[in-house]
Design a protein. Sequence first.
Length: 160
Amino acid sequence: MALIRWEPVPMNRFFNSLFDTPTAQHMATRRWLPATDLIESDTHYVLRADLPGISEDDIHVELDNDVLTISGERRTEQRRSENGYHRIERSSGSFRRSVRLPKGVDAEQIAANFDKGVLEVSIPKPEQVKPRKVAVTVGREQPETIESGDAAETSEPQAA
Protein backbone atom coordinates (compact mmCIF):
# COMPACT_ATOMS: atom_id res chain seq x y z
CA MET A 1 0.00 0.00 0.00
CA ALA A 2 1.42 3.35 -1.05
CA LEU A 3 1.35 6.21 1.38
CA ILE A 4 0.30 9.62 0.17
CA ARG A 5 2.11 12.45 1.82
CA TRP A 6 -0.10 15.44 2.45
CA GLU A 7 1.60 18.77 2.75
CA PRO A 8 -0.44 21.71 3.91
CA VAL A 9 -0.56 24.68 1.54
CA PRO A 10 -0.28 28.11 3.15
CA MET A 11 -3.72 29.76 3.08
CA ASN A 12 -2.54 32.86 1.24
CA ARG A 13 -1.02 30.74 -1.56
CA PHE A 14 -4.25 28.72 -1.80
CA PHE A 15 -6.42 31.84 -2.21
CA ASN A 16 -3.95 33.47 -4.59
CA SER A 17 -4.12 30.43 -6.86
CA LEU A 18 -7.91 30.76 -7.03
CA PHE A 19 -7.67 34.35 -8.18
CA ASP A 20 -4.55 34.29 -10.30
CA THR A 21 -5.09 36.65 -13.17
CA PRO A 22 -3.74 35.42 -16.49
CA THR A 23 -1.13 37.73 -17.88
CA ALA A 24 -1.68 39.54 -21.17
CA GLN A 25 0.59 36.95 -22.80
CA HIS A 26 -1.67 34.09 -21.63
CA MET A 27 -4.89 35.94 -22.51
CA ALA A 28 -3.93 35.96 -26.19
CA THR A 29 -3.43 32.18 -26.26
CA ARG A 30 -6.45 31.33 -24.08
CA ARG A 31 -9.23 29.82 -26.20
CA TRP A 32 -12.83 29.20 -25.36
CA LEU A 33 -14.46 25.96 -26.48
CA PRO A 34 -18.00 25.14 -25.42
CA ALA A 35 -18.60 21.86 -23.60
CA THR A 36 -20.29 19.38 -25.95
CA ASP A 37 -21.90 15.98 -25.58
CA LEU A 38 -22.54 13.51 -28.39
CA ILE A 39 -25.24 10.97 -27.60
CA GLU A 40 -26.22 7.99 -29.75
CA SER A 41 -29.66 6.39 -29.67
CA ASP A 42 -31.09 3.65 -31.87
CA THR A 43 -32.34 6.14 -34.46
CA HIS A 44 -30.44 9.42 -33.92
CA TYR A 45 -27.25 11.13 -32.90
CA VAL A 46 -27.77 14.13 -30.63
CA LEU A 47 -25.11 16.80 -30.18
CA ARG A 48 -25.58 19.16 -27.22
CA ALA A 49 -23.41 22.20 -26.69
CA ASP A 50 -23.42 24.62 -23.75
CA LEU A 51 -23.37 28.11 -25.25
CA PRO A 52 -24.13 30.54 -22.42
CA GLY A 53 -24.10 34.20 -23.29
CA ILE A 54 -24.42 33.61 -27.03
CA SER A 55 -27.26 34.89 -29.16
CA GLU A 56 -28.95 32.49 -31.58
CA ASP A 57 -27.87 34.87 -34.36
CA ASP A 58 -24.23 34.14 -33.49
CA ILE A 59 -24.55 30.34 -33.85
CA HIS A 60 -23.95 28.49 -37.13
CA VAL A 61 -24.60 24.80 -37.83
CA GLU A 62 -23.55 23.22 -41.13
CA LEU A 63 -22.94 19.82 -42.67
CA ASP A 64 -20.27 19.52 -45.34
CA ASN A 65 -18.88 16.20 -46.63
CA ASP A 66 -20.27 14.27 -43.63
CA VAL A 67 -18.67 16.71 -41.16
CA LEU A 68 -21.07 18.54 -38.84
CA THR A 69 -19.65 21.85 -37.63
CA ILE A 70 -21.04 24.21 -35.04
CA SER A 71 -19.42 27.60 -34.79
CA GLY A 72 -20.09 30.99 -33.33
CA GLU A 73 -18.79 33.78 -31.21
CA ARG A 74 -19.23 34.90 -27.64
CA ARG A 75 -18.55 38.59 -27.29
CA THR A 76 -17.22 40.25 -24.15
CA GLU A 77 -18.92 43.16 -22.52
CA GLN A 78 -16.76 46.23 -22.22
CA ARG A 79 -17.12 47.67 -18.71
CA ARG A 80 -15.15 50.26 -16.85
CA SER A 81 -14.65 50.32 -13.15
CA GLU A 82 -13.80 53.75 -11.79
CA ASN A 83 -13.53 53.14 -8.06
CA GLY A 84 -12.89 49.48 -7.60
CA TYR A 85 -11.06 46.43 -8.72
CA HIS A 86 -12.22 45.10 -12.08
CA ARG A 87 -11.77 41.44 -12.99
CA ILE A 88 -12.92 39.36 -15.99
CA GLU A 89 -12.56 35.57 -15.85
CA ARG A 90 -15.06 34.50 -18.49
CA SER A 91 -13.52 33.55 -21.81
CA SER A 92 -14.84 34.95 -25.04
CA GLY A 93 -14.12 34.78 -28.72
CA SER A 94 -15.03 32.62 -31.66
CA PHE A 95 -15.23 28.84 -31.53
CA ARG A 96 -15.58 25.95 -33.97
CA ARG A 97 -16.35 22.32 -33.09
CA SER A 98 -16.63 19.59 -35.72
CA VAL A 99 -17.60 15.93 -35.68
CA ARG A 100 -17.43 13.44 -38.56
CA LEU A 101 -20.73 11.66 -39.15
CA PRO A 102 -21.27 8.31 -40.88
CA LYS A 103 -21.74 8.41 -44.64
CA GLY A 104 -25.30 8.81 -45.87
CA VAL A 105 -26.67 11.28 -43.30
CA ASP A 106 -29.55 13.23 -44.86
CA ALA A 107 -28.76 16.93 -44.33
CA GLU A 108 -32.43 17.85 -44.85
CA GLN A 109 -33.43 15.82 -41.78
CA ILE A 110 -31.02 17.50 -39.34
CA ALA A 111 -32.79 19.71 -36.79
CA ALA A 112 -31.25 22.25 -34.41
CA ASN A 113 -32.86 23.85 -31.36
CA PHE A 114 -31.40 26.54 -29.11
CA ASP A 115 -32.98 27.02 -25.68
CA LYS A 116 -31.64 28.57 -22.45
CA GLY A 117 -28.05 28.59 -23.68
CA VAL A 118 -28.02 24.97 -24.86
CA LEU A 119 -27.82 24.06 -28.55
CA GLU A 120 -29.24 20.62 -29.40
CA VAL A 121 -28.68 19.20 -32.88
CA SER A 122 -30.59 16.03 -33.77
CA ILE A 123 -29.13 13.95 -36.61
CA PRO A 124 -31.08 10.93 -37.87
CA LYS A 125 -28.91 7.90 -38.46
CA PRO A 126 -28.56 6.93 -42.12
CA GLU A 127 -30.42 3.91 -43.39
CA GLN A 128 -28.12 0.93 -43.29
CA VAL A 129 -27.77 -0.91 -46.56
CA LYS A 130 -29.01 -4.39 -45.92
CA PRO A 131 -27.11 -7.24 -47.52
CA ARG A 132 -28.88 -8.84 -50.47
CA LYS A 133 -29.26 -12.56 -50.23
CA VAL A 134 -28.44 -14.40 -53.45
CA ALA A 135 -30.10 -17.75 -54.06
CA VAL A 136 -27.74 -20.56 -54.97
CA THR A 137 -29.03 -23.22 -57.33
CA VAL A 138 -27.71 -26.75 -57.59
CA GLY A 139 -26.91 -28.45 -60.87
CA ARG A 140 -29.02 -27.42 -63.85
CA GLU A 141 -32.21 -26.39 -62.02
CA GLN A 142 -32.23 -23.02 -63.79
CA PRO A 143 -30.32 -22.54 -67.01
CA GLU A 144 -28.39 -19.28 -67.25
CA THR A 145 -29.87 -17.02 -69.90
CA ILE A 146 -27.71 -14.62 -71.87
CA GLU A 147 -29.53 -11.92 -73.78
CA SER A 148 -27.94 -10.46 -76.87
CA GLY A 149 -29.91 -8.19 -79.14
CA ASP A 150 -33.46 -9.48 -79.66
CA ALA A 151 -32.64 -13.15 -79.33
CA ALA A 152 -32.09 -14.95 -76.06
CA GLU A 153 -29.52 -17.67 -75.89
CA THR A 154 -29.20 -20.28 -73.22
CA SER A 155 -25.95 -21.54 -71.90
CA GLU A 156 -27.06 -25.15 -72.18
CA PRO A 157 -25.22 -27.07 -74.89
CA GLN A 158 -27.10 -27.42 -78.17
CA ALA A 159 -27.47 -30.79 -79.87
CA ALA A 160 -25.57 -30.98 -83.14
